[in-house]
Design a protein. Structure first.
Length: 317
């Protein structure tokens, strides 16, 4: 028996948001700035899948690797042409953060230009499209449910292995702790930054590729996910990859489920205000625990119970 459509939608969106939250957190760890263009970068994946399905008339899943690779390439270009240049000119965190806002505006405009160009050339509807009918079905369940779950698990396992078992991953972890110290140890931090921006761009493109398979999509869809991505990352504390996994999945699941039940109570008009949910979560976390789950963990471990657990694990004095 297939899952209810509501639960499937919540799981698919939660998986997408989990991947985006991981990428956003990794960018913050390596670049030391919040990339406000990150959510919009997933639009590259959205329109890569659209191109595969509507223009080349093949399965939309062929657009997944294309969107992933294009997302990584775009992210590297952003680092090389903007972030690295501004940093070399003495631009601090505030300047670089404002630069990401400018990139977000540019990319959103570029997506609109592409959408209208496709419409003028191929006479196709490019705003407010859905590719659910092009999906495969297995056991009465749309394929994107399996694909999103398997993909998010592979991303988590793959990143965990890379960060803990490979030279690049260990060097990346060292760079996130201290760029200056990593340089002293002989790590090519510039190359590590390049790897990091490529990986996070790939994650954005990959997550975006899954969006049209279940949700109505347009050039605004990607930028509209930015608040949710930030909320998911903030739950994890902005500096914890594993916290971002919990935060991204929680926000994605809560956003879909809560919106549905609010619509049942107050009417369909509530759906237009869905972005308020992650915004409210952001505000609450900032007021209650700005460090998210990481802050709660440190608070708990400072209690007698937490100290007792540490001692029982042999980590206490």
């Amino acid at each position: 028996m297939a899952l209810p459509a509501l639960w499937m939608a919540a799981i698919v969106y939660a998986c997408e948001l989990t991947i985006l939250s991981i990428g956003f957190t990794l960018t913050y760890l390596t670049a030391k700035i919040p990339n406000f263009a990150y959510g919009t970068m997933s639009g590259i994946g959205i329109y890569s899948v659209y191109m595969a399905s509507r223009i080349f008339k093949v399965s939309p899943y062929y657009g997944f690797p294309v969107g992933t690779l294009l997302g990584g390439v775009f992210s590297v270009l952003v680092y090389l042409l903007i972030v690295k240049v501004l940093a070399s000119m003495g631009g601090g965190a505030i300047v670089l953060t404002i630069a990401t806002l400018a990139i977000q505006i540019f990319l959103q405009a570029a997506l609109y230009i592409y959408a209208y160009w496709v419409r003028s050339i191929w006479k196709l509807y490019t705003i407010g499209f859905l590719l659910k009918t092009r999906d495969f079905v297995f056991l009465e369940t749309p394929g994107i449910l399996y694909v999103s779950l398997i993909t998010s698990i592979l991303v988590i396992v793959g990143l965990h292995y890379m960060l803990n078992k490979t030279k690049i991953g260990i060097a990346m972890r060292a760079t996130t702790e201290s760029i200056e110290l990593a340089s002293i140890l002989g790590i090519n931090t510039d190359r590590i930054q390049l790897y990091s921006w490529f990986i996070t761009g790939c994650l954005a493109g990959l997550a975006g590729s899954m969006v049209p398979m279940w949700f109505m999509s347009s050039p605004l869809t990607a930028s509209g996910m930015q608040t949710s991505v930030m909320a998911g990352s903030l739950i994890g504390g902005f500096t914890n990859m594993y916290g971002a996994i919990i935060g991204g999945f929680s926000i994605g699941f809560l956003e879909i489920i809560l919106t549905y039940y609010l619509q049942m109570i107050f009417g369909a008009w509530v759906g237009e205000y869905r972005p308020i949910i992650p915004m409210a979560v952001l505000v609450i976390i900032l007021l209650v625990e700005p460090q998210g789950l990481q802050g709660l963990y440190h608070r708990f471990m400072a209690t007698k119970t937490g100290e007792g657990i540490l001692k029982s694990l042999g980590r206490g004095e």
